[in-house]
Design a protein around this ligand. Structure first.
Ligand code: CU
Ligand code: CU
Ligand code: CU
Length: 497
């Protein structure tokens, strides 16, 4: 029997895996949460405030992305508690879109309305200062996380709305007590096409082309520094993209999945983590050197086509001399990039200056440059008579629409009752057109005064997620301002929302 197999066996014994297998926690007998739970003798309540901010982060040299950032940082701040503690998080939404916090992995026993799915557990938290306080017992230990649950492909997929929730177990495995270094790695993707457009209409996760660990693509992320003899735990979070995580030069013992101890921990040099999943791996650092650690899905290893990039980092042992050709020879080291220092700071919500986002560049200036044109036409591109083209447009708050008299004889005015409450009516005189800026979120219907009888109408959606489509359809149906033709065309346009 080789030495390495021997040492593996003793490692597993030390890990307590045998004991776990014999104590009735085998799969199929009970689920992970159903065994008798240890009782926290001194449960704490952690009160903290969370905000959601409109901000911009730099993912790689060539990519900045607009995000909605929990406490103005990506990843969101570390939340660290002990099994059985209570979390009371008062959330304020300072953005122009609605959001929630879903606490992924917390069973929410008896508090299902705190689970954060909008329209199912709660109403989404309103934009512009809406508040909601989550209160629940963190009665499931391990590597959990939190993320928004509103329009998930956008908010979670490409807007940075995710962060780690670590719940220390009351009864850690023996191997966990040996851990000397901790690192949290959250794997996510980005879409450079929509990175600067909060309200892009295409599915933002269709074209992921940048990939990051803790919000930075290689080589803009950080090394994981260790010394010989360390017992390193990596908490691998496939937050938005699945990975096949490979560490060179070492075997990893997979000890936990989704926070729960594995019934049979196993060794691997490549660990598959599916989207949403977490796996904890523990590694004896006994092979000094510099070692790549990376996703083995090649598609995730470039920054918009440039390699090396993406989901890649380097494990550096203390005492290995640098070389002039080493690509991180001049790296400025941040010891907390993988939350290693934050995890030692006790409990509660721990913010991190290194992850703070920047202010979004001046929206008004940006919006002015992106005026959308709508042509007033006798015959549309598809042959329809008397149309606004495009009939439906979606714009950001603060953006303008220019109504262009493509053919003459048309004028327009907003339809009373079919614009957001408090928004200013708008109009354009015959043959002149108009430039109109929209500062209030919501749906705006307008029609040609000359051709209202035959239903020459248009629809503008300003802002993002929270449009009340059904309510607007009812208003269209009952509006005394509209002809029957206008009603039909408006309903068709509303379908494009
Ligand atoms: Cu959100
Ligand atoms: Cu989730
Ligand atoms: Cu490799």
């Amino acid at each position: 029997m080789s030495e390495s197999i021997l040492s593996r066996r003793s490692f597993i014994q030390m890990s307590g895996a045998g004991a776990v297998a014999m104590s009735g926690l085998s799969p199929g007998v009970t689920d992970g949460g159903a065994h008798e739970k240890p009782v926290n003798p001194d449960p704490q309540t952690h009160h903290f405030s969370m905000t959601i901010e409109e901000a911009q982060v730099t993912i790689a040299r060539d990519l900045k992305a607009k995000v909605w950032a929990y406490n103005n940082q990506v990843p969101g701040p570390l939340i660290h508690v002990v099994e059985g503690d209570t979390i009371e998080a008062a959330v304020v939404n300072n953005t122009t879109a609605t959001h929630t916090v879903h606490w992924h992995g917390v069973p929410m026993t008896g508090t299902w309305w705190m689970d954060g799915a909008p329209g199912i557990n709660q109403e989404a938290i309103n934009s512009g200062g809406g508040e909601f306080t989550y209160r629940f017992v963190a009665n499931r230990p391990g590597s959990l996380w939190y993320h928004c649950h509103v329009e998930v492909p956008n908010h979670v997929g490409v807007r940075g709305m995710w962060g780690p929730l670590i719940v220390d177990p009351l009864e850690p495995l023996p191997i966990e007590k040996e851990v000397t270094r901790e690192a949290i790695l959250m794997f996510t993707g980005w879409n450079s096409k929509v990175a600067n457009d909060y309200f892009a209409t295409e599915d933002p996760t269709d074209h992921l082309d940048f990939y990051s660990i803790n919000g930075k693509c290689f080589p803009y992320n950080q090394p994981i520094r260790v010394k010989e003899g360390d017992v390193l735990r990596l908490r691998l979070y496939a937050a938005t993209v699945g990975v096949a995580f490979h560490l060179h030069g070492h075997d990893m013992l997979v000890t936990h999945q989704d926070g729960l101890p594995m019934p049979a921990p196993y060794w691997a040099d490549t660990v598959a983590v599916a989207e949403g999943q977490r796996k904890d791996v523990i590694i004896r650092m006994n092979n000094p050197g510099r070692w790549p650690a990376h996703d083995h899905n090649e598609h995730h290893l470039s920054n918009g086509g440039d390699t090396p990039g993406g989901l890649f980092t380097i494990v550096e042992y203390e005492g290995i001399e640098s070389d002039p050709w080493y690509l991180w020879a001049k790296k400025e080291y941040d010891p907390d990039f993988y939350f290693s220092e934050s995890l030692k700071q006790g409990y509660g919500l721990i913010e991190q200056s290194g992850f703070k986002a920047d202010a979004v560049p001046d929206e008004a200036g940006l919006a002015a440059a992106e005026t959308v044109q709508v042509r007033m036409m006798d015959r549309g591109p598809d042959g329809t008579a008397k149309v606004f083209d495009p009939g439906f447009v979606r714009i950001s708050r603060g953006q303008s629409v220019e109504f262009v008299p493509w053919d003459f004889g048309h004028d327009l005015e907003s339809v009373p009752g079919l614009i957001p409450e408090g928004a200013a009516p708008f109009s354009a005189p015959k043959n002149a057109g108009a430039l109109v800026r929209f500062d209030k979120e919501g749906l705006y219907a307008y029609q040609c005064i000359a051709h209202r009888a035959i239903g020459m109408v248009g629809l503008i959606a300003v802002g993002h997620s929270s449009h009340d489509k059904a309510g607007f359809a009812e208003k269209i149906a009952s509006s005394p301002e509209l002809s029957e033709g206008a009603r039909l065309r408006l309903m068709a346009l509303l379908e494009k929302l």
